[in-house]
Design a protein around this ligand. Structure first.
Ligand code: PMP
Length: 293
């Protein structure tokens, strides 16, 4: 079903409009110059997991792109909740986004208005559920996460996804589910829409998020793992080290906790740590696990 031809409602600049009428002009600044930031959230049993954390990140991303959102955090939170409710979603995905409009055309943005919208839809599993249990196969991307001096890499901004789309498309063409990206220094960074974790000798290792998104799921899983008594080491990881790890998994609001069975020539076994964190996360997001923090 194409995304512009569905039933339902989209919250657009403060009002609900019929799904098919939520349109923008072709000369929208964001479409030409990537002046756009967004969030991706999941609704579990009628509740958006970590809603306000996502909304705060949306505001931070907008600020990093010099955009002032003409709403408050509370208003965007309410818009997200109401969109999910209006769409009748007990389980689903919520996409709030903010962009510069069609008021001006050119690199400079002076005179443009900042718009905001929220859409929500059903989105069962990011990866094929059968493949997810066995562990997904990941290829290597030729693109590198850029230096924070090159781009505001802390923002969840459309422009940062150009190389993610190129990487994921290339990986899928080669039969992989996703791609691992290194950073500008050659360290292991993340996948195209998820953070990455490894296990060696019972210890969890994950790259330092100093040039890519410090995911909300990443932080949740680190808390979960430490609460379960595991050591979690955040550090720079060299690609040669992939050979030493026994387990690997990726995390993201859409990807949740997904075990990895292969990265190129390296093979991993979805083991106790990956599978128990996958299970803990699934229970936590549904309110079925009370984590003492
Ligand atoms: N990295 C990238 C590039 C992403 O798109 C995402 C998904 N938003 C993540 C990491 C994970 O972030 P989160 O756990 O906050 O969804």
């Amino acid at each position: 079903m194409p995304f512009d031809d569905r039933d339902g409602w989209i919250w657009l600049d403060g009002q609900f409009v019929p799904w098919r009428d939520a349109k923008i002009h072709v000369l929208t600044h964001a479409l030409h110059y990537a002046s756009s930031v967004f969030e991706g959230e999941r609704i579990y049993e009628g509740r958006i997991f970590k809603l306000t954390e996502h909304t705060r990140r949306l505001f931070r991303s907008a600020e990093l792109l010099d955009m002032t959102i003409p709403f408050t955090v509370e208003e965007i939170d309410a818009a997200c909740r109401e969109t999910g409710e209006r769409m009748g979603l007990r389980d689903g995905y919520v996409r709030p986004f903010v962009w510069r409009g069609a008021e001006v055309m050119g690199v400079a943005s002076k005179g443009s208005r900042v718009h905001a919208a929220v859409a929500a839809w059903e989105w069962p599993s990011y990866f094929d559920p059968e493949e997810k249990k066995k562990g997904i196969r990941i290829g290597r991307s030729k693109w590198r996460r850029p230096s924070p001096e090159t781009i505001p890499s802390e923002a969840k901004a459309a422009g940062l996804y150009m190389i993610c789309t190129l990487s994921k498309d290339a990986a899928e063409r080669e039969g992989y589910a996703d791609a691992l990206m290194l950073d500008y220094r050659g360290y292991v960074a993340e996948c195209t829409g998820a953070n990455i974790f490894f296990v060696k000798d019972g210890v969890i290792h994950t790259p330092l998020p100093d040039c890519f998104l410090n995911g909300i799921t990443r932080l949740t899983v680190i808390d979960l793992a430490r609460w379960r008594g595991f050591d979690v080491v955040e550090r720079h990881i060299r690609p040669e080290e992939l050979a030493d790890f026994t387990e690997c998994f990726i995390t993201g609001s859409a990807a949740e906790v997904t075990p990895v069975s292969e990265i190129g020539e390296h093979v991993f076994k979805p083991g106790n740590i990956s599978l128990s964190l996958m299970d803990d996360y699934a229970r936590l997001v549904r309110g079925a696990l009370a984590m003492a923090t």
